[in-house]
Structures are given as structure tokens and as C-alpha cells.
Design a binder for this molecule. Structure first.
Ligand SMILES: *[C@@H]1O[C@H](CO)[C@@H](O)[C@H](O)[C@H]1NC(C)=O
Ligand SMILES: *[C@@H]1O[C@H](CO)[C@@H](O)[C@H](O)[C@H]1NC(C)=O
Ligand SMILES: *[C@@H]1O[C@H](CO)[C@@H](O)[C@H](O)[C@H]1NC(C)=O
Ligand SMILES: *[C@@H]1O[C@H](CO)[C@@H](O)[C@H](O)[C@H]1NC(C)=O
Ligand SMILES: *[C@@H]1O[C@H](CO)[C@@H](O)[C@H](O)[C@H]1NC(C)=O
Length: 236
């Protein structure tokens, strides 16, 4: 996930009296960026002899060395996978047994990535944008979204909103027009902190159910739509 090409490191030479390594605490530890940006994380460890600075990356409890040393971690052409915690560890030989550490949280904002999984009578349909169905067929459309910051997600049939997921309160709001509110909307367990699946589960029980279904996801960066068109199998 992390390539050495992604990173570069810079060392600084510090002259001082013997002093344990330390890292300024006041400096920024939460950084926001956009896809493609270049971000420099500064550890700015001081001490004498010059501290050895090692960078780690990972999420949750798992931090792994990325094999980069130096006071600055430069990340070029930021990608979605750079969305994680970075930690610098600094240690020198003057009265130190354990390194001092500082965490940086890097947030990479990007437009929602939207995909829709289709099931017809329990069978997965892989051809993407369109489905041939018959009356009484059961359709499950699962819209999966990956986005930072988390998006609002709306399912609509043609131009009629069926329901909206609001990331602010995590609640699903169904259309207030009960004539259009026909189907059950579900949120699945969040696969990752920033992934969500909103599922539409219904039966092709009327002519108007043969329509275009749109999943729209919008966050502060932008919006994306995926459409599935359900056509009636032609009678011979
Ligand atoms: C860290 O050091 C660099 C280079 O000396 C400087 O440009 C930067 O502002 C420093 N950052 C912090 C947070 O102290
Ligand atoms: C830094 O992040 C790691 C991994 O999430 C965590 O275990 C550790 O407690 C954090 N340390 C500090 C100083 O915040
Ligand atoms: C930046 O990364 C993207 C993929 O994440 C790649 O397609 C693009 O060519 C890269 N740009 C540069 C300038 O390296
Ligand atoms: C939806 O589209 C139909 C025909 O395209 C139109 O008659 C109707 O007014 C539209 N409804 C809304 C709420 O925009
Ligand atoms: C998401 O929905 C909330 C509440 O309805 C709204 O305040 C917010 O502006 C929406 N965010 C976006 C990016 O549309």
C-alpha cells in the first residue's frame, strides 16, 4: 500500500549540548489534503547527538515501519490509501531507552466512489447498468460508497427520491411522499470507517417499478451517480 516512491525523507543537522531527543508538541498533528497533493510531515525532533527519526504508518493499533528516516516525511501524489496515521519516533543515545513519538493523522478528501451491486431473485447480475426482469421478480440494489469526508447518499427512481442517508446523524430518511416510499432501505454495517452500503430491496410489482434507479452520493468534494435501468423482458 505504501511504496517507497511515495515517500522521501530529509534530515536536518542540529548542533547542541547533549540532550535527549524531543519532538515539539504544539505543531499540527491533523492534516487535510486532496488527491494528488504533496504533503510534508515535519517531525522536527531535536536533541544531541542528532536523533534517529523513523517513520511508521498504519491505522488502528497497527503501525509499521515504512523504512524512511529523517525529520520530514514527504508524501507525493497523495492517493486514497494514504488516508491513515503516520508516526515519527525519535531517539538518541543520551539518556534514552524509549523513543519519543508523535502521531499525524492524514486525511485525504476525495469525491465519492460509487458502485452498485445487483441481485435478481437472489442471483448476482454482473453486466452493470441494466437488468431484464419480469413481474414479481425480486430486485436488490446495493449501493456501496467509499468517500472522505463521508457522503450523503440518495436513492431515487427516475426523478423521485425514495430515501436519503444523511451522514451527519447516520440516519436514513425515507421520502415524505408515502406514495413513492414503497421499498425498504437498509444500511449495512460499515465496512470501513468511510465505506457505506445503502440497499434497496423490492419486488417488480407494478409497471412503474420498471425504471431507472439512481444512487447519488455527495460530499464536500463533489458528487457521483450510478444508474441501473430495469427493463421488462419483451413478450413474444
Ligand atoms: C519544522 O522544521 C522545518 C524546517 O526547519 C520548518 O520549515 C517547519 O516550519 C517546522 N515545523 C514545525 C511544525 O515546527
Ligand atoms: C499514536 O497512534 C497509535 C496507533 O493508533 C496509538 O496506539 C498511540 O497511542 C498513539 N500515540 C499517541 C502519542 O497519540
Ligand atoms: C498520481 O497517482 C495516480 C494514481 O494514484 C497516477 O495515475 C498518476 O499518474 C500519478 N501522477 C503523477 C504525477 O505521478
Ligand atoms: C419527473 O419527470 C416527469 C417526466 O419526465 C415529469 O412529468 C415530472 O414532473 C417530474 N417530477 C419531478 C418531481 O420533477
Ligand atoms: C448532507 O446532509 C446534511 C443534513 O441533511 C446537510 O446539512 C449537509 O450539507 C449535506 N452534505 C452535503 C455534502 O451535501
Amino acid at each position: 500500500m505504501y511504496t517507497s516512491i511515495c515517500f522521501l525523507a530529509l534530515s536536518s543537522v542540529i548542533h547542541a549540548e547533549p540532550e535527549s531527543a524531543s519532538i515539539p508538541k504544539h505543531s499540527k498533528s491533523s492534516i487535510s489534503s486532496m488527491l494528488g497533493d504533496t504533503v510534508n510531515l515535519w517531525c522536527n525532533a531535536t536533541g544531541y547527538p542528532e536523533p534517529t527519526v523513523t517513520w511508521y504508518a498504519g491505522s488502528g493499533e497497527k503501525l509499521e515501519s515504512i523504512g524512511i528516516s529523517g525529520n520530514m516525511l514527504g508524501i507525493r501524489n497523495i492517493s486514497q490509501s494514504c488516508n491513515t496515521i503516520y508516526q515519527c519516533q525519535a531517539i538518541n543515545s543520551y539518556r534514552m531507552k524509549k523513543p519519543v513519538v508523535k502521531n499525524f493523522t492524514l486525511r485525504v478528501d476525495f469525491i465519492p466512489d460509487v458502485s452498485v451491486g445487483i441481485k435478481l431473485n437472489g442471483k448476482e447480475i454482473l453486466n452493470g447498468g441494466s437488468v431484464l426482469g419480469r413481474k414479481k421478480d425480486r430486485v436488490v440494489l446495493s449501493c456501496s460508497i467509499y468517500a472522505v469526508p463521508p457522503p450523503n447518499v440518495t436513492w431515487s427512481r427516475d426523478n423521485i427520491t425514495i430515501g436519503t442517508y444523511h451522514h451527519v446523524n447516520g440516519a436514513i430518511e425515507k421520502s415524505s411522499n408515502t406514495d413513492n416510499f414503497l421499498y425498504e432501505l437498509k444500511t449495512k454495517a460499515l465496512e470501513t470507517k468511510i465505506g457505506i452500503t445503502v440497499t434497496l430491496d423490492f419486488t417488480l410489482d407494478a409497471d412503474y417499478t420498471f425504471a431507472s434507479y439512481h444512487c447519488d452520493a455527495e460530499n464536500e468534494v463533489g458528487s457521483n451517480r450510478k444508474t441501473v435501468k430495469i427493463n421488462h423482458v419483451q413478450k413474444r
